[in-house]
Write a protein that binds this ligand. Structure first.
Ligand SMILES: *Cc1c(COP(=O)(O)O)cnc(C)c1O
Length: 360
């Protein structure tokens, strides 16, 4: 069986060595030495000043909203994983959807501007598939309308926009280190804030709002990463160069094999690619179903990232329909892409997909 992704497991002995260290330290959570080491190494690797590690990417989003004291409504994208929207709702914020660009599948700046309301406090775009949003245009809108910007950069590990880490844009950027993501710590995530003061607030918020033994200045939660997660992250970090290389290689083979017959979303020219996903867009829903079925019949399971379009969520009130996002959600598939995917399996996927198109 070939799935859309396969969790990368780093060298077992290296992981065991970290487990030995954890046992020697007798320190398994609460900002332990391995979490500190991973924060340092990640900041250096990504070229940022400070990163705050947390237990998952969803709590990273929730902490971001609290760091910025967001209120009222937030303009966001309907074309994302459900956590982007549900995290707003669980924090008492009202999501307002703006539609995406049919070329990049990222939020359209004009659409963002058109949907800002009197009670809007922030914009929450997603760098979908690690493809950078129109960051400068979004910053200009936020400046003009006095809004905060939180980027859900869950897919964007290692991406640079205009030669700077993509995580350094916006008031806060968050990322997920879930096992299905390109860099992972089993479960995990991180927050990057635009200044030290905000990062300090994040550290309080992930630890119940506690600043020190005598002071609890904020309403916090529990968002701490533990030492075993950090150990996995440290092992993964050593592998990233090789992982990017293999993904790049396979990604280019897909482009060669399928670029001519399927639409592949346009990438932002000012940013690089981390090759985290390989999305393809069919012309109709039926065509997508055909391709999906042909692959499934051969034990290959692409994923419909992202379906359903989040403006169709039953628990949201007064949502406006988003035609572009809905249309793309009905037609998109992400094909298997992970370092261990063999070229012969990939050739098989390419030829199955191609055969469906030659028949249509
Ligand atoms: C994976 C993901 C999340 C949630 O991250 P978790 O670590 O699984 O909680 C949020 N937003 C997007 C866009 C994601 O893909």
């Amino acid at each position: 069986m070939i799935n859309v992704t396969k969790t990368f497991l780093p060298d077992k002995n290296k992981f065991k060595q970290y487990v030995d260290i954890i046992y020697e330290n007798g320190w398994i959570t609460n900002y332990g030495p391995l979490v500190k080491e991973l924060e340092k190494r990640l900041a250096a690797y990504l070229g940022i000043e400070e990163i705050v590690l947390v237990s998952n990417g969803t709590i990273a989003l929730e902490i971001a909203y609290r760091m910025l004291d967001l209120k009222g409504s937030v303009v966001t994208t309907p074309f994302s994983f459900v956590a982007t929207t549900s995290s707003l709702v669980t924090n008492g914020l009202r999501p307002i959807f703006a539609d995406i660009s049919p070329m990049s599948f990222n939020l359209s700046p004009e659409e963002i501007e058109r949907h800002i309301e009197d009670d809007t406090s922030a914009i929450l775009p997603v760098h979908v598939y690690g493809n950078a949003c129109e960051i400068d245009e979004i910053a200009a809108i936020a400046d003009k309308r006095n809004l905060k910007v939180v980027y859900d950069a869950a897919h964007a590990f290692g991406v640079k926009y205009k030669d700077r880490s993509i995580l350094s844009y916006g008031d806060v950027s968050t990322i997920s280190f879930h096992a299905t993501k390109i860099f992972h710590s089993i479960e995990g995530g991180a927050i990057v804030a635009k200044d030290r003061e905000l990062a300090k607030k994040a550290r309080y918020l992930i630890n119940f709002g506690i600043a020190n033994e005598e002071s609890i200045p904020h309403i916090g939660t529990n968002g701490k990463m533990n030492e075993f997660q950090a150990a996995m992250g440290l092992c993964m970090l050593d592998e990233m160069e090789e992982i990017f290389k293999k993904r790049n290689f396979l990604y280019n083979r897909y482009i060669e094999g399928l670029g001519g017959c399927l639409f592949i979303p346009e990438r932002n020219a000012d940013a690089d690619n981390n090759f985290s996903y390989f999305p393809v867009l069919c012309k109709t829903h039926e065509e997508m179903r055909n391709v999906q079925k042909a692959l499934n019949d051969n034990g290959i399971f692409p994923r419909r990232y992202f379906y359903p379009s989040l403006d169709t969520l039953g628990y949201l009130e007064n949502k406006e329909a988003m035609p572009v996002s809905n249309s793309i959600s009905e037609r998109v598939l992400c094909l298997p892409l992970y370092p261990e995917l063999s070229t012969s399996d990939q050739d098989n996927i390419i030829s199955i997909v191609r055969s469906r198109f030659e028949k249509i």
